[in-house]
Design a protein around this ligand. Structure first.
Ligand code: LMR
Length: 394
């Protein structure tokens, strides 16, 4: 049987990670995989996570199974973080999942289970693994215009025109904040227009929120998700704790199914438990427990929020430095959009050939679609990158 297996295309982001590791150049710059790094190039364990781990080690008396949906305290804490009081708690069914990717995967499975004919509308571009999982599950995708490479912003008219084509029961996948891979985001007025199209088409919104706290702040980054969930009869939300808690390898995420009025919360909850059981039984608990401890302990929470804010501001500072540096070198505002983007990523908007040239000639590693992880920079490497971009003739 094994000889029948078909080779799969390698994941571009993960391949790039490996190529970078193998590059012997000392001055190489890694702007690939979406992992936060501090000025020393280290992805630190956050202070509050360390403290919670210490406490957990002392207090935890069993590692027996929790439940198919994970610990309800984790769901409560995360629902509060993501949704605040936008919707009544009783209208939200939630399941802990292995990371944000697990939440995305379970959401797609729920969509397919509930409506095998549903199409999923995805931004062009979106996180490549969205498309990969949808293709794997045999769910039809429809791309909607999103990034305008001329301006580095959102092609909002194109986006609205394409979303308008959705049929009742179709799903529209939106990035709650810090769009991956482009860094270009909608403003609050534009979100209201998207909500109007959702209402008009009766499509179901699915929001992937993997970078809450990396853009404009914890509440600011959740505002669009809250507005959509409050306005629509049904919303799916896949949240990740990988980045904002820095617990990438613990695989900690939550899938929320909001049904207004709460009429379908019970069946949604049973379905989420069933789907977890089919795929992996019990979701991982360690990261979820740390997150719960932090979010429910005022001191730990304040320390976590303060460190997250340092992370956010450091990325904003790097964006501004890069935009200024490029302004200085080119004498134009062509790259000003880099300072306006939010989150970990920015799409430079250049060709794969140029991306390859940057790698070969300058040791700069970015994803082939010219996505840069801004957190891969530091004050010393920003001018080096800016010079490389200009020398390559971008
Ligand atoms: C990324 O986009 O780089 C991250 O979300 C990591 C991943 O799994 O691709």
């Amino acid at each position: 049987m094994f000889e029948q297996l078909k080779p799969q295309p390698a994941d571009k982001i993960l391949t790039l990670m490996q190529t970078y590791r193998e590059d012997p150049r000392a001055d190489k710059i890694d702007l690939g995989v979406g992992v936060y790094k501090n000025a020393q190039g280290v992805t630190p364990v956050m202070r509050a996570i360390k403290a919670a781990e210490h406490r957990l080690w002392e207090e935890q008396e069993t590692k027996s199974y929790v439940g198919l949906l994970g610990d309800p305290a984790f769901s409560d804490a995360m629902i509060d973080l993501v949704l605040g009081d936008a919707v009544p708690r009783a209208s939200v069914a939630a399941a802990a999942t292995p990371g944000g990717t697990g939440a995305v995967r379970q959401a797609f499975e729920m969509i397919q289970y509930g409506n095998p004919k549903a199409r999923v509308f995805v931004s062009d571009p979106t996180w490549p693994n969205h498309i990969s999982i949808l293709n794997y599950l045999g769910i039809e995708t429809v791309a909607y215009r999103y990034f305008d490479s001329e301006t580095g912003g959102v092609d909002f008219d194109g986006m609205l025109a394409d979303l308008d084509q959705a049929q009742p029961g179709d799903v529209i996948l939106l990035h709650g904040c810090c769009h991956n891979p482009t860094g270009a985001n909608l403003n609050p007025v534009q979100w209201q227009e998207v909500i109007a199209v959702l209402k008009k088409t009766q499509a179901i919104p699915m929001i992937d929120i993997a970078y809450q706290g990396f853009g404009d702040g914890l509440d600011e980054d959740a505002a669009a998700t809250r507005a959509v969930a409050a306005a629509m009869p049904e919303t799916l939300i896949a949240a990740s704790c990988s980045k904002n808690f820095g617990i990438y390898r613990e695989r900690t995420g939550l899938l929320m199914a909001v049904s207004q009025g709460g009429a379908n919360t019970g069946i949604a909850r049973d379905t989420l438990a069933f789907l977890n059981r089919q795929n992996f039984s019990f979701p991982p608990d360690h990261g979820a427990r740390l997150v719960t401890m932090i979010l429910t302990d005022p001191e730990l929470r304040a320390d976590w929020a303060a460190e997250l804010e340092e992370v956010r501001l450091s990325m904003l500072g790097l964006r501004k430095q890069l935009a200024d540096e490029l302004q200085k070198l080119t004498g134009s505002d062509r790259f000003a959009f880099l300072g306006q983007h939010r989150g970990m990523f920015s799409r430079l908007g250049t060709s794969p050939e140029m991306v390859e040239k940057l790698r070969a000639d300058h040791g700069v590693y970015m994803v082939g679609d010219s996505r840069m992880n801004i957190a891969g920079l530091n004050a010393r490497t920003v001018p080096v990158l800016a010079q490389a971009i200009v020398s390559a003739g971008i």
